[in-house]
Design a protein around this ligand. Sequence first.
Ligand SMILES: [Zn+2]
Length: 65
Amino acid sequence: MPKQKKSISEPRSRFLLVKCKECEHEQVVFGSATQKVACEVCGKPLTEPTGGKAKILGEVLQELS
Ligand SMILES: [Zn+2]
């Protein structure tokens, strides 16, 4: 019997619906983005990578599974 693989702590939801604080545009971003994600409309950064997990700079409206 193979040992059951322990999952490394992963965030439950990978995608977040984030609202830009600047122009209120709603955009889906990857919750563990390792790259900066900018608002499609105004270019304001919505996420900032902080060593593995993305820091959400906008307002998280919803977590998508
Ligand atoms: Zn914006």
